[in-house]
Design a binder for this molecule. Sequence first.
Ligand SMILES: Nc1ncnc2c1ncn2[C@@H]1O[C@H](COP(=O)(O)OP(=O)(O)OP(=O)(O)O)[C@@H](O)[C@H]1O
Ligand SMILES: [Mg+2]
Length: 408
Amino acid sequence: MNEQAIKVVIDLGSSRTRVTIAEIGSNHSYFEVLGCGIAAGSAVKAGIVTNISAATAAIRQAVAIAEQEAGVKINSAIVSISGQHILGVNSDGQAHIRNRRIRNNDIVHAVMRARNLAHKGGQTLLHVLEQQFIVDGHKGITDPKGMTADELEARVHVISARSAAVDNLSQCVREAGIEIEQIVYAGLASAYAASSTDERELGVCTVDLGAGTADIMLWLHNQPMHAATLPIGGEQISSEIATALRTPRSAAETLKCRYGALRNKYSQQHRIPLPSTGHLPDRQLAGNDMVELLATCYQNHFTHINKELHRVGLRKMLDGGIIFTGGAAQIPGLAEAAGEHFECPVRVFIPPPIEGLPEHLQRDAGMVTTLGLFYLQQVPLSDYVWAKEENDGIIQNVTNFLKRYLSP
Ligand SMILES: Nc1ncnc2c1ncn2[C@@H]1O[C@H](COP(=O)(O)OP(=O)(O)OP(=O)(O)O)[C@@H](O)[C@H]1O
Ligand SMILES: [Mg+2]
């Protein structure tokens, strides 16, 4: 894409529905937000639509705001998906070449085998991401086309989502009058926005810690190695604070965002006003007690994430460290607290200033998925299928990867 194009992305988060319209050019050449509509509401919990009509209404509302701001009418959009049902699987597929040159068809055949092996019933394929090719045992081949060989192996990372969750999300978007161009795993988009090529080469884990989900994406040698979503986030932390302090849930949310930190930042005497439930009089809370409570809540989240990294055996491979992003990563002191917990470098990604984005959304880590969805349009990964296959097995909606091999 050399020309500028108008693209629309929808991020259905657990705390907000975000619809953003932007004009973009290829290769990060140009990027300007024309309109951004945000609808509050929680018709999505931990990535799952919990109320179709409410989610549809939220999308409609956000679309209307974005359209008005941008002065354009939206027909279609790229949509993010998240949830515990997201499955990331490494897979490989072979093609027998028998001492001749590798053709496009061989590559497609090997990749399709890898993809089919990883495709589980009840799951809808979102992405088949290229890792590497192995030609006669030689690893790290990026493009095997034209090489003479006996055997070709394709290694890919396959990301899928539960079909029912995809259908429900699609229904909401379509009922809001928007056609779906592509469904993208939110964690992939966030990871793409938050990490650099150098970090992905060294080995890095990105964690988009939102309201209801922690979207995890792991890379090593610039290859996507693992995708998963844990049902943890800022909402759970606010609920735990509300219970521990016997304060209304909304007050806990406000206290957390206004006074919260993971490192002591208050003097011994500092007191925070603490609303009570019912008609009981308001109380006061020592600032340091608030910090201690939050630190415990976040430690629990870190433990879950650490377990996931150990489970997939990639915990020791993160020389590039861990990058936290998403709304709940904005709490002061997170990088230090997480660094101690994970015993590796940790940084927090806050989006850079974005041309055209309203002031109150600038530098909001909750916008990271939206940003990543646009970046993925500008500089696509070697990702080749989100679409369903036609009956005869030919892919309907071929994207970057296959285009490379299927076009003449
Ligand atoms: N300064 C802050 N300190 C702590 N938490 C914060 C802060 N600012 C926002 N949050 C939390 O971030 C969460 C919202 O994050 P985000 O906007 O990334 O979620 P989302 O994209 O709607 O949800 P998800 O991606 O989980 O579906 C809320 O739980 C909110 O309490
Ligand atoms: Mg999110």
